[in-house]
Design a protein around this ligand. Sequence first.
Ligand code: NAG
Ligand code: NAG
Length: 227
Amino acid sequence: MVSFKSLIVLCSAAVAFAAPAANVTVDARGTDAAQITIYNSATGYVGNNYYSLWEQVNSGVTMNINNGQYSLSWNQASQNVVGGIGWNPGSAHTINYSGSFNPNGQNAYLSLYGWTTGPLVEYYICENFGSYNPSTGLQHLGTVYSDGSNYDIYKTTRVNAPSIQGTATFGQYWSVRQNKRTGGTITIGNHFNAWKNLGMNLGQHNYQILATEGYQSYGSSSISVSG
Ligand SMILES: *[C@@H]1O[C@H](CO)[C@@H](O)[C@H](O)[C@H]1NC(C)=O
Ligand SMILES: *[C@@H]1O[C@H](CO)[C@@H](O)[C@H](O)[C@H]1NC(C)=O
């Protein structure tokens, strides 16, 4: 979940995101024909992919998941939503993705998103975003060229924030693509290596998804992944 520092300045309401952990509703692992539709926070497997949907408020979201593909529509009722499909555990593999991302010029991101433990880290390889650059106000540490563009690398510390281990203080790492896009190859290892060279260490991999995130916005995405 994003820190939204400048939004916190703009909005008097405190932004306190709940943990992305959620309950498992469906386990259709390895079932090629599997297809589910979910509306509330949940995690599980469909086909060959892990999925995670987290909503700050369980309202306003519809997520359809097929084997290797999802579509998500959201509106402001969820406050903050992060949903996608991918892998558990994540790794430094190379993935492809394609599809559409429609943030309607509002606050939303499309990212390869994941977590590690020991150290606890939340990371984003951000491919596209709407009205708000999620790196705003974060510490810029360098750039890495990968898959046809430079990405700007940022790090921040989230203090007493929601995490996959409950409320905790942890590192949040970012690579933000300069030449924004929806679709292509992500050589995840290039980012992990660049982060490591900057002292941004990862731990043991937890889940990793090609995520759509919306914050007080409405929009839709439809994304296929392989890798
Ligand atoms: C499961 O999720 C629902 C809504 O998504 C929530 O109300 C419920 O408390 C959750 N149950 C557990 C055991 O986490
Ligand atoms: C990704 O796309 C490239 C180029 O089309 C292809 O060579 C590669 O096998 C694909 N990898 C995956 C994991 O789909």
